[in-house]
Design a protein. Structure first.
Length: 566
């Protein structure tokens, strides 16, 4: 169907025009449109006016007349057709045949994945109703002052020792602590939604997904993009504000009950507040920085800023379009986040054999306890096993995705360049060789032991021992009955590799346990050839850690010309 005889263009199904992006960090005003999947795209003023005039009734010439009047400059029908050709690929207006185009969205690396909706948009608005007064300024001041006073009392007067002791020693207490941490994560998301409503926005659905390696809740607050900067910042900070309220509520319940593990949860939640405010991942701190700068997707600026910094390279559009102070701020963020992420990646890659061996050893203990514990202890052990397994699986999947993208990007970069392709091939061959050397299954594949520091220098030095010794990956029975000996802090992974990962108990009171095939340990409290066997305990070396909540806006952050979808 030709354009001359086809239907008049209209907005694609589910598209909403949000208006001008207020508090923008760009030299020229940017306008926003939200698509049916919740993603947001940024448009120039001219593209926005054309999209606004597409009502399914006006032809190109009529759209041109309306846009010319509003834009203040002459726009022809041919100009409109050219602009429509820019709006259709990003899914803002209908195709030539009147259908809504199916646009393949980008897949940001550090985005929330496997999302599922749990609470409808209507239910979310009703859920926020009783909490809206909490954003009145006097109440905010009272909460902040109360949190400061509570922390002074907790850390300098009362302490956390009894809360830690009771949580570790009681499996049912551990389950309660984990449940409170999950409940606080949901309350965190209600804070984002309530702040959005209080500021004049309309929050969308709440749900759950996986962020990097951890299950996480999310709230769709994409509508906050049309709010002024103050409203967006309130929405960004609403989650940690509700964390602070939850902490004070726990303090109040402790005052009534004297139940010490509640104070441990209060401490863990404040660790989570600090974690949320780090601007290096798509967490609350990232969105705070993004909204202060007025640049919705900071990660998309990393590549252009790094390429623009190369000698002889012109400044790319994604950099030159920013205001000067914003460009300085974003460049400073890139200068910090890139080395930090690369350093953390290198640390994990170098130490991965020992991290995995430690996780294997702890999992073996938990599997042994699951087989010998009572029903109540089994639940606590199973939960701890899940806490241990999820980050390992997430780490593996993240590295696979990073490697896949890096390889695909380098292959595209070298396509059609006979001098680049050999460099890419040799570079990847060298990387794979170094990785094989660092991960070779030898005596370095040994769990971390008491006294070891696990520094970067020790990890690098241990590579010299590659090929020596054999891995120490114990069975559940061995891990539970053969405790690892403590080693001096000066012992390196290389020394462990040269000894084959073997350990000699330094405490003569510790029985090495029965050899394999000897019939298993004696029942708890009895004695036999194997010696006394301790009763399996639900406590393990993994501490309960808070479930991170999702980023402020799970919906993709807008870009200049397209909209990535997590």
């Amino acid at each position: 169907m030709s354009r001359a005889t086809g239907p008049a263009p209209s907005l694609a199904e589910g598209v909403t025009l949000l208006g001008e992006f207020q508090g923008s960090g760009y030299k020229e005003p940017h306008y926003l449109a939200r698509k049916a999947n919740g993603s947001v795209v940024q448009l120039s003023k001219l593209l926005f006016l054309v999209a606004d005039a597409c009502d399914g009734q006006r032809a190109a010439a009529q759209i041109a007349a309306q846009v010319s009047e509003r834009y203040g400059k002459k726009v022809t029908a041919d100009n409109v057709e050219t602009l429509l050709d820019k709006l259709r690929p990003i899914g803002v207006v209908t195709a030539d045949d009147g259908s809504s185009p199916m646009v393949e969205e980008a897949d940001p690396l550090l985005a929330l994945r496997w999302r599922t909706s749990l609470v409808s948009e209507h239910a979310v608005r009703r859920l926020t109703l009783p909490f809206r007064p909490l954003f009145l300024p006097p109440i905010i001041v009272a909460v902040v002052a109360g949190l400061v006073g509570f922390d002074l009392w907790l850390f300098f007067s009362h302490g956390l020792a009894q809360g830690v002791r009771q949580t570790i020693q009681g499996p049912s207490v551990f389950l309660l602590v984990a449940a409170l941490v999950v409940l606080s994560a949901g309350f965190h998301e209600i804070g984002h939604a309530t702040a959005c409503v209080y500021s004049g926005g309309r929050p969308g659905r709440m749900g759950a997904g996986v962020y990097l390696a951890w299950p996480a809740f999310y709230t769709d607050v994409t509508d906050a993009y049309r709010l002024p900067r103050a409203g967006r910042l309130r929405t960004d900070l609403g989650g940690i504000y509700f964390n602070a309220i939850f902490v004070l509520a726990l303090g109040g319940v402790w005052r009534l009950t004297g139940f010490e593990p509640l104070l441990l949860v209060a401490f863990l939640l404040q660790i989570e507040i600090v974690h949320q405010m780090l601007p290096f991942l798509r967490l609350d701190g990232y969105y705070v920085l993004s909204d202060i700068a007025g640049v919705p997707d900071l990660f998309k600026r990393i590549g252009p800023i790094l390429r623009s910094a190369l000698p002889g390279r012109p400044r790319e559009k994604e950099v030159s379009e920013l205001k000067r102070w914003v460009r300085v701020m974003v460049t400073g963020w890139v200068a910090v986040v890139v080395p930090l992420l690369l350093f953390n990646l290198a640390m994990i890659l170098i130490n991965a054999p020992r991290i995995l061996a430690t996780a294997w050893d702890e999992a073996a203990k938990l599997v042994y306890q699951l087989a010998h514990a009572s029903a109540g202890l089994k639940a606590a052990d199973a939960l701890q096993l899940a806490f241990l397994s999820v980050p390992i699986i997430g780490m593996a999947l993240t590295f696979l995705k990073v490697g896949q993208r890096a390889m695909a990007g380098s292959w595209r970069w070298s396509a059609g360049h006979p001098t680049r392709r050999p460099v890419v091939v040799l570079g990847w061959a060298a990387f794979v060789g170094l990785l094989a050397l660092a991960w070779w299954p030898d005596g370095r594949v040994t769990p971390y032991r008491p006294g070891e520091k696990g520094t970067l220098a020790q990890g690098v030095a241990s590579v010299a021992s590659a090929g020596h010794g054999r891995p120490l990956l114990r069975s559940p029975r061995d891990a539970a009955t053969h405790p690892l000996a403590a080693v001096p802090p000066s012992t390196t992974a290389g020394q462990l590799a040269r000894t084959g990962g073997a350990s000699t108990p330094t405490n003569p009171a510790v029985s090495p346990g029965p050899p394999r095939g000897s019939g298993g340990p004696a029942p708890a409290g009895s004695s036999g050839p194997a010696g006394p066997t301790p009763t399996p305990s639900a406590s393990a070396s993994t501490d309960p850690s808070p479930v991170p909540s999702a980023s402020t806006s799970p919906a993709p952050t807008p870009t200049a010309t397209s909209s990535p979808t997590p």
